[in-house]
Design a protein around this ligand. Structure first.
Ligand code: 13P
Length: 249
């Protein structure tokens, strides 16, 4: 049975004190979840939050890491540094990183490689923009994103990859993919993984849905056979909402 997961992506929200307050509230409420629970926080929060959640089932993720091992890259944070905070995951390939920071397939492939080499698990995001969906190109887009950055991994490395399908038109827009739309492409993504790594690996791969997933629509999305959980933005910033989504999984 593959891992079911609800992961939060705080993005560039919450100062340190606010982040600690939210993590504390989540820690008190999440004792024995039915699924894996991960929170992605800004770099600056990682060490404190990871320490706070040491004896909690909640795991911590960075939202990015550098595409270089170490050295003269002012302002960058390496995968090794992330791991040293106690964080176990890193979110890579988010559409906001692709769009605003011009992260290419090759850059992402290198970040994934370094993350895995440093013992991090990767939540790798893929998804099409509105024009691509309207042109019916969503399948070719996610295929190219997988082939461009993660399908060069070995079968052993693949075990540490969680995929997140996040249609860009649904992120922060309140416009959620319908369960049918999401299920259809999740099933397609699983077929691609099966072609590359075999049926068993595909069955074991966790594929999250992200994009205006909230406490109201989560249960319906999670009921789909190929949707293994969610990667949550806005609704992960409010404990009550995030907890309701975890309960829906
Ligand atoms: P929203 O849930 O705010 O739409 O964001 C989704 C997302 O980008 C998670 O990575």
């Amino acid at each position: 049975m593959r891992t079911k997961m609800v992961a939060g992506n705080w993005k560039m929200n919450k100062n340190l004190q606010e982040g600690v307050a939210l993590a504390t509230e989540l820690k008190q409420a999440v004792k024995d979840p039915k699924c894996a629970v991960v929170i992605g926080t800004p770099f600056i929060h990682l060490a404190t939050v990871a320490q706070l959640l040491q004896d909690s089932p909640i795991k911590v993720a960075a939202e990015n890491c550098a595409d270089h091992e170490k050295g003269a890259y002012t302002g960058e944070v390496s995968a090794e540094m992330v791991r040293s905070t106690g964080a176990e995951y890193v979110i890579l390939g988010h559409s906001e990183r692709r769009q605003y920071y011009a992260e290419s397939y090759d850059t992402l492939a290198e970040k994934v490689r370094l993350a895995l080499a440093n013992g991090l698990k990767v939540i790798f995001c893929i998804g099409e923009v509105k024009e691509e969906r309207e042109a019916g190109k969503q399948n070719e887009v996610v295929k190219a994103q997988l082939e461009g950055s993660v399908f060069s991994l070995t079968a052993e490395e693949w075990k540490n990859i969680t995929l997140a399908y996040e249609p860009v038109w649904a992120i922060g827009t309140g416009l959620t993919a319908t369960p049918e739309q999401a299920q259809e492409i999740h099933a397609y993504i699983r077929t691609l993984v099966a072609q590359k790594y075999g049926k068993e690996a595909a069955e074991d791969t966790t594929i999250l849905y992200g994009g205006s997933c909230n406490e109201k629509n989560a249960a319906e999305l999670f009921a789909c056979p190929d949707i293994d959980g969610g990667l949550i933005g806005g609704a992960a910033l409010v404990a009550e909402k995030f907890l309701a989504i975890i309960a829906a999984r």
